[in-house]
Design a protein around this ligand. Structure first.
Ligand SMILES: Cc1cc2nc3c(=O)[nH]c(=O)nc-3n(C[C@H](O)[C@H](O)[C@H](O)COP(=O)(O)O)c2cc1C
Ligand SMILES: O=C(O)C(=O)c1ccccc1
Length: 422
């Protein structure tokens, strides 16, 4: 059934056919004009790679580590709210696919299946993403539930203290529970597989927050509820408060500015995710891939720098790694796979990305993802150019032994959580 699917685009087309419009649109949208949403992908296509030839590329590896944990490629599944609305039991399907592929799965606070349900359905630890509510006891309860479920990292999202406006969600009447408007009911008639799947599961509402957060029973609209519940006062002191309560690896998500990256490194987080929330929050913000190199330059020697926003191919992953990210996350790329074909669709998305990443690496003349760096880019960022010039100046002074392979500057190595801990 997925034989003819060759790229993430194909999965997206199939998801559009299978998933009810309000949930498909919820995923495939950005805030306001969607300018940043479009920029995220456009910026990737402006980055050009250096094609290298006559290098022995027979044995290759894209294996690496994220916060000291082994991963089969530099990819994790990003936290996605309402994943279980793209496909029945969607969080379980995605977590299982990730587990089998050897990449981390991050469960959103706003997931349909609860922390406990996902823990029961999987065998390896997953990561938990936290949204901090005004009710701090509730935030603490979520942290404790994540600990009890043996989650192996906490991803704290910082770029959604307040929800931006997404026009499509308003037009589609996206509320919780969804509004049974005539248009929505008619649309469901064209999505029979989704409907039958939903009838077969009890996971149909927000598993982590129902019954806990005040006011959740009358969630009239997702945005109203979010404004009511999410803590707009969240600041760096609150982050220290959370760090104290969570004793495992802490990843700060939603950093898109050098100054914020420096503060994140100062407070001793294990990693940051350079991200603009996939263009769903501050419309007008820079494409995250354009912020990656300056941020790595500022803090890459102190903290692991991860990346998301705009990845739709293995080539995009390669570019993010070349710009200095230790690893990446995918949001829509796996969500489209999930909407198209459940667990098999997520596996297909991961397969596609793995193949594209490996092939791109090979055609750039690299055999190990650990060696990928600025030297693989045709136009390295200016900060990198200075570093490269400095390096080649030093090289000229001390002639190295001639090598069979072309000499190239080493990539910027980031501190791993493990090496800092030891
Ligand atoms: C439908 C959808 C829901 C999301 N929900 C969350 C969420 O609950 N928590 C969070 O931290 N990020 C959330 N994100 C942002 C993703 O974690 C990630 O930053 C973004 O999808 C990356 O961009 P990409 O989709 O272009 O890969 C969501 C993204 C999408 C598309
Ligand atoms: O839609 C999102 O991007 C998101 O993170 C979110 C925020 C509030 C409720 C559900 C999901």
């Amino acid at each position: 059934m997925l034989d003819k699917v060759t790229d993430i685009n194909d999965l997206q087309k199939r998801a559009r056919r299978r998933v009810p419009r309000m949930f498909y649109d919820y995923a495939d949208s950005g805030s306001w004009s969607e300018g940043t949403y479009r920029d995220n992908t456009d910026a990737f296509s402006r980055i050009k790679l250096r094609q290298r030839v006559a290098v022995d590329i027979d044995n290759r590896s894209v294996r690496t580590q994220m916060i000291g944990q082994d991963v089969s490629m530099p990819v994790a599944l990003a936290p996605v709210g309402m994943t279980g609305m793209q496909h029945p039991d969607g969080e379980i399907a995605a977590a299982r696919a990730a587990e089998k592929f050897g990449v981390p799965f991050t469960l959103s606070t706003m997931s349909v299946c609860s922390i406990e349900t996902v823990a029961q359905a999987t065998t390896k630890p997953f990561w938990f993403q936290l949204y901090v509510m005004r009710d701090r006891e509730f935030a603490e309860a979520l942290i404790n539930r994540a600990k009890a479920a043996k989650c192996s990292a906490l991803v704290l999202t910082l770029d959604l203290q307040i929800l931006a406006q997404r026009h499509k969600d308003i037009k589609n009447g996206l509320s919780a529970p969804p509004k049974p408007t005539l248009a929505n009911i008619l649309n469901l008639a064209f999505k029979p597989q989704w409907c039958f799947g939903m009838l077969g599961t009890t996971n149909r509402s927000f598993g982590n927050v129902v019954g806990h957060a005040k006011g959740v029973s009358d969630m009239s609209s997702l945005s109203e509820w979010t404004h009511e519940q999410f803590d707009p006062t969240l600041n760096w002191e609150s982050i220290a408060w959370i760090k104290k309560r969570w004793d495992g690896p802490l990843i700060l998500k939603g950093i898109n500015d050098v100054e914020d990256a420096r503060i994140a490194a100062d407070i001793g987080a294990d990693a940051i995710i350079v991200s603009n929330h996939g263009g769903r929050q501050l419309d007008g913000a820079a494409a995250s891939i354009d912020m990656l190199a300056p941020i790595v330059d500022a803090v890459g020697d102190r903290i692991e720098v991860h990346f998301d926003s705009g990845i739709r191919s293995g080539q995009d992953i390669f570019k993010a790694i070349a710009l200095g990210a230790k690893s990446t996350y995918i949001g829509r790329a796996f969500i489209y796979g999930l909407g198209a074909a459940g667990e098999a669709g997520v596996t297909k998305a991961l397969d596609i990305l793995h193949k594209e990443l490996d092939l791109t690496m090979a055609l750039c003349g690299e055999t190990d993802i650990a060696n990928v760096g600025h030297h693989n880019l045709l136009n390295p960022p200016s900060t990198a150019r200075k570093t490269l010039q400095a390096k080649s100046a030093t090289k000229r002074k001390t002639p190295a032994k001639p090598k069979a392979t072309a000499a190239r500057p080493t990539s910027r190595k980031q501190t791993s959580a493990k090496s800092r801990a030891s």
